[in-house]
Design a protein around this ligand. Structure first.
Ligand SMILES: Cc1cc2nc3c(=O)[nH]c(=O)nc-3n(C[C@H](O)[C@H](O)[C@H](O)COP(=O)(O)OP(=O)(O)OC[C@H]3O[C@@H](n4cnc5c(N)ncnc54)[C@H](O)[C@@H]3O)c2cc1C
Length: 458
């Protein structure tokens, strides 16, 4: 009998556990990942030839990283794994991929999208200067290449990654010039009951803060970033911010890592024509997905941070759930008890997620206060003033219209890094609620790709 073809995009925690579940049911899924190696963001494997230990690379998550890597190695021969392969478009029943400049199309009976998330960013005046990175990029430099992004690094933003990456830098011997959090201690105290849903993670977070303090690193909360100062020719020199008492302060540094939680990578779900919903708590758009991982489109399943941001354990669960749903829809029997158990775990994790959202809020006010001459779209060098102009004077209050008029979101990143802040700026400038400003539509190719010369069909 011909087996159904299930294609999984992403070899992070969600994708690997999904593939494992499919293999256990006797299938040979195709697993696509643009990365060189499996592991995804958190369990990113070091390049071949690097020999750092699991404890050095993953700290408190070493055991979990090793378990995921073992899981992948065990199924490696029973999946059709395609690394360094970008999924760039989806059309009816076909995933379009490109590897080494060669394009091909892969037909599927079921598609599981486990595309993860990236940093969620809020612009600050001067963030186009060399030396300004996202927290994720700073972490990738360290995990992948054992490099620091600078000699004196300031970590700024909010959310658990802020403290985690600062701690990883400190442990690696880098100089951490400061950890500046835009959220306030009282937000975190209010969120405590929800954060207690996952005591181990809460303990980890608190221990990072106390270790940073013990090492003499200034750790400040309730700050407001004002400007990254420096010169175009040699990059970042300092960060100016307002402290929680209202005083303006400046901290010297040659690199800044910034981020405000995560935003889901949703372009593939968009191209698959999945329905989206606005999440009022986080003020961002997510694809609609059931607890079992079904999207609004038959045969398309979503799992991991790309669908609902629950962290790595949540992604592993969600990957398994999506696989079980795909199997069941393909007529392959699954154990209902396993599905119910996975759903119960997801619900507990969701409580913790809500605590994080409440304790480390997205700094909406910063968008309103961004000076007119601050750049919003780094790819196209478009300022907040230019965006406000098209919104107010040309009536472009909807995100895609404002993009067409201003070019905010039209560059290489296709609005993945500036789109959400841009929507907040338009909302504040025009008085239109941000959910009505909407979201930038996903466009193919989802990421820049080389011009291709051949096309193959499978
Ligand atoms: C930058 C960053 C750093 C993080 N660091 C930590 C951390 O230190 N500790 C922690 O607890 N949590 C961390 N998180 C959160 C954690 O990584 C996630 O919760 C977890 O990895 C989610 O797993 P996932 O499988 O959903 O996605 P990911 O692990 O992100 O995996 C997604 C995979 O999909 C691939 N992919 C995406 N789009 C395509 C495409 N179009 N074509 C081909 N392949 C594609 C990617 O290459 C990636 O391998 C971090 C998140 C980010 C974004």
């Amino acid at each position: 009998m011909v087996q159904p073809r299930v294609v999984v995009v992403g070899a992070g925690p969600a994708g690997v556990r999904c593939a494992e579940q499919l293999v256990a049911a006797g299938l040979r899924p195709v697993v696509i990942d643009e990365g060189r190696r499996d592991g995804g963001q958190i369990y990113r494997r070091q390049p071949e030839g690097f020999t750092r230990s699991y404890a050095t690379l993953y700290g408190s998550e070493a055991e979990r990283a090793a378990a995921l890597h073992r899981g992948f190695d065990a199924i490696r021969d029973r999946i059709d794994y395609r690394s360094e392969t970008l999924a760039w478009n989806i059309t009816a029943g076909e995933l379009h991929v490109v590897r080494d400049g060669i394009a091909s199309r892969i037909g599927f009976d079921a598609l599981v999208i486990c595309s993860g998330a990236t940093d969620r960013l809020m612009p600050v005046k001067g963030w186009q200067l060399a030396g300004t990175y996202s927290l994720g990029a700073a972490q990738i430099a360290l995990k992948s290449q054992a490099c620091s992004i600078g000699r004196e690094v300031v970590f700024m933003g909010t959310g658990p990654l802020l403290y985690l990456v600062a701690m990883q830098y400190l442990k690696a011997g880098a100089k951490v010039a400061g950890v500046l959090d835009t959220s306030r201690l009282r937000d975190q105290l209010k969120a405590l009951p929800q954060l207690l849903a996952r005591p181990r993670l809460l303990r980890n977070g608190l221990s990072f803060i106390s270790s940073l303090r013990a090492a003499g690193v200034p750790v400040l909360s309730g700050i407001e970033p004002l400007e990254i100062k420096g010169l175009p020719e040699d990059g970042v020199r300092s960060l100016v911010f307002r402290d929680k008492g209202g005083a303006t302060r400046e901290i010297a540094c040659d690199a800044i890592a910034m981020g405000y939680h995560l935003r889901p990578e949703t372009q593939l779900a968009d191209l698959a024509r999945c329905a989206f919903r606005f999440d009022a708590e986080t003020r961002q758009w997510f694809p609609e997905v059931s607890l079992e991982g079904r999207s609004s489109v038959a045969g398309v399943y979503l799992a991991g941070d790309g669908a609902r941001i629950l962290g790595a354990d949540g992604a592993e669960n969600a990957g398994r759930l999506a696989a079980l749903s795909a199997l069941s829809d393909l007529g392959i029997p699954v154990r209902r008890a396993q599905v119910d158990e996975l759903i119960a775990r997801q619900q507990k994790m969701d409580r913790f997620r809500r605590g994080l959202v409440q304790g480390f809020p997205w700094p909406v006010r910063q968008a309103a206060q961004l000076p007119d001459d601050a750049i919003v779209c780094r790819c196209e060098s478009i300022t907040a003033g230019e965006l406000r102009h098209v919104a107010r004077e040309m009536g472009a209050c909807e995100a895609n219209r404002a993009k067409a008029f201003s070019r905010v979101g039209m560059g290489r990143c296709q609005g993945r890094y500036c789109g959400q802040a841009g929507a907040e700026i338009i909302a504040h400038a025009t008085g239109v609620p941000v959910e009505l400003v909407g979201r930038l539509r996903g466009q193919a190719p989802v990421k820049p790709l080389a011009i291709v010369t051949h096309e193959e069909q499978e």
